[in-house]
Design a protein around this ligand. Sequence first.
Ligand SMILES: Nc1ncnc2c1ncn2[C@@H]1O[C@H](COP(=O)(O)OP(=O)(O)O)[C@@H](O)[C@H]1O
Ligand SMILES: [Mg+2]
Length: 285
Amino acid sequence: MSIKFKHVSYVYAPATPFEQKGLDDVSFELKENQFIALIGHTGSGKSTLMQHFNALLQPSSGEIALAGHRITPTTKQRELKTLRQQVSLVFQFPEAQLFESTVLADIAFGPKNFGYTDAEAKKLALKWLEKVGLPKSIANKSPFELSGGQMRRVAIAGVMAYEPAILCLDEPAAGLDPKGRRMMLELFKAYQASGHTVILVTHNMDDVADYADDVLVMEHGRLLRHTTPSEIFKDRAWLLKHGLGQPAASEFAAQLAENGLPLVPQPLTLTTLTHRLVAHFKGGE
Ligand SMILES: Nc1ncnc2c1ncn2[C@@H]1O[C@H](COP(=O)(O)OP(=O)(O)O)[C@@H](O)[C@H]1O
Ligand SMILES: [Mg+2]
C-alpha cells in the first residue's frame, strides 16, 4: 500500500506564544514495501513527520492517504483505530514504555489489544522474542530486570508481534553497540523483505547506504529531497552544505580520490568498496 502526503503542514501550539512549525508543506509518495530512511538534523521535523504516519498527530493543513485511510485536519480519531494496527510507530527509547509484569505479557499486549486471543498472542510473543534475538528463558522475567539493550528489543518485539504493514521506527538503534545495531537493522530489513514497509529515522549514514531503498531528507520542517542513497551520497558538496555526513565507505573513497585513486562510481558500502579495491589491485583497474 502506497503512502501519499499532500501539502502537509503541522503547527505545534497554534495561536499561542509557543507556536512552532513542525512540518511545512511536505509532499511525497512512497511505493509499497520499501525500506525508507528519514534523515536530517535535530529539530528538522523527523519525529513530527513520523507521528503523522499513524495519525498520532494530524496535519494542521494538507492530507495524507495511507493504508486505505485519508487523514485530514478534521478526521476523527475514532475512524483511525484500524490504522493503528496497520501502521505502528516505535518511539525513540521505547524501553521507557514497558509496563507489564513479565517480558511475555509485554510483547503479547499489542496483539491482544488488536484482537488476538490470549493463546495466539502468547504464541506470537514467543515467536518475536526469539526473532529479536532474546532467549526464551527470559519470557517470565520482569522487563525491568533486563539490560537497556534487551529492554529495547522487548519493546520492539511488542510492536512487530502484530505484524503491522507499515513499521515506523524513530532512531531504534540509538545507543546500541555496533553488534546490537546490526542485528536490529538486519531484523528490519528481513521484515521489509517479507512484504512490509519500513520507515526508519537514523543519523547513521552507513545504515542509509546499507539498507535504504529511498531517502527522505528533512530540513526546517520541509522535505528537502526524496531520492535514493546513491543519488544523495554522490554529491559531497551538497551533503557538506546541508551538514550531512557520508557513509564510511564513501568517505574513505573520497580520501582515496584526493590521493589520486578515484573509484568511479563511488562505493557506498564496505562490501562494494572492498570488491572495487580488490578489482583495482588485482585487475590493474
Ligand atoms: N511537543 C512540541 N511542542 C512544540 N514544538 C515542538 C514539539 N515537538 C517538536 N517541536 C518542534 O518542532 C520542530 C521539529 O521537531 P522534531 O519533529 O522533534 O524534529 P527531529 O525529530 O528531526 O529532531 C522543532 O522546531 C521542534 O522544536
Ligand atoms: Mg526526533
